[in-house]
Design a protein around this ligand. Structure first.
Ligand SMILES: [Mn+2]
Length: 246
């Protein structure tokens, strides 16, 4: 049996990323995949790219990784762009859209948000048709098994970890390392099964929560004079999205 760690949505929060890597290493898990959104929102986009590049065997592109390298006329976005070198921008541009492989007889596919776009947001409470559309083969997905659709889909984007079974398929959101919007602890997933094995076998997905130094994360953002500090602080300390205002 092999274990693979799947992380996503780091968003420049290095204290959270360090705590998650420490947990993964303590469990002696060697393979780490990343489902995108390395940058933005938090203060340390550059360090996030460097650490992900060093530790993850596969990294796919998120919506922030897609728009950060392009010209933007928002001062907030410009601040985050200015944290990165040309090399970091090029790295983001070259990230692939999706990855897939077989584990314990299941075709497993991973992408950032949906099989159609890094900008299409699917929540666990969306209609069953929308959730089932997460298993579609599209021109963007690898489709390594021809017309066969995946048995298991893992994604990020919504910062909201869950696992559910729909009509014999498994949909899992691995949550967010650096900007969780469900609980305040950092989130990631561990897959366990026989890698590259076509024969049906034992397979599990575990959703893990890792406490980290939130005060340090906020201090680093303040010291960097990051814009929208109060919104960021509120999200890290409450796990509530800044868009939901009462
Ligand atoms: Mn994100």
């Amino acid at each position: 049996m092999e274990k693979i760690a799947v992380i996503s949505d780091i968003h420049g929060n290095i204290p959270a990323l360090q705590s998650v890597f420490a947990d993964i290493h303590a469990r002696n898990i060697k393979r780490i995949l990343c489902l995108g959104d390395l940058v933005g929102k938090g203060p340390q986009s550059r360090e996030s790219i460097d650490m992900i590049q060093n530790h993850c065997e596969t990294v796919i592109k998120g919506n922030w990784d897609d728009f950060i390298p392009k010209p933007q006329d928002s001062e907030v976005i410009n601040w985050h762009q200015n944290q990165l070198t040309k090399q970091h921008m090029n790295y983001l541009c070259e990230l692939p859209f999706s990855v897939e492989f077989v584990m314990s007889g299941k075709l497993i596919r991973m992408f950032h948000a949906s099989p159609r776009s890094v900008y299409e947001r699917i929540q666990p409470w969306d209609t069953i048709d929308r959730r089932l559309s997460m298993f579609e083969n599209t021109e963007h997905t690898e489709n390594t098994a021809g017309k066969k659709e995946p048995d298991v889909v893992l994604y990020g984007d919504v910062h909201n970890a869950f696992q559910q079974h729909i009509k014999g398929k498994t949909l899992c959101n691995v949550g967010s390392v650096g900007n969780p919007l469900d609980l305040t602890s950092a989130s990631y997933a561990i897959l366990e099964g026989e890698y590259n094995q076509e024969k049906n076998g034992l397979f599990s997905i575990q959703l893990v929560r890792v406490p980290y130094d939130i005060e340090l994360a906020i201090r680093l953002a303040r010291e960097a004079e990051m814009p929208e500090l109060n919104e960021y602080l509120q999200e890290l300390t409450t796990g509530q999205y800044r868009g939901f205002k009462k």
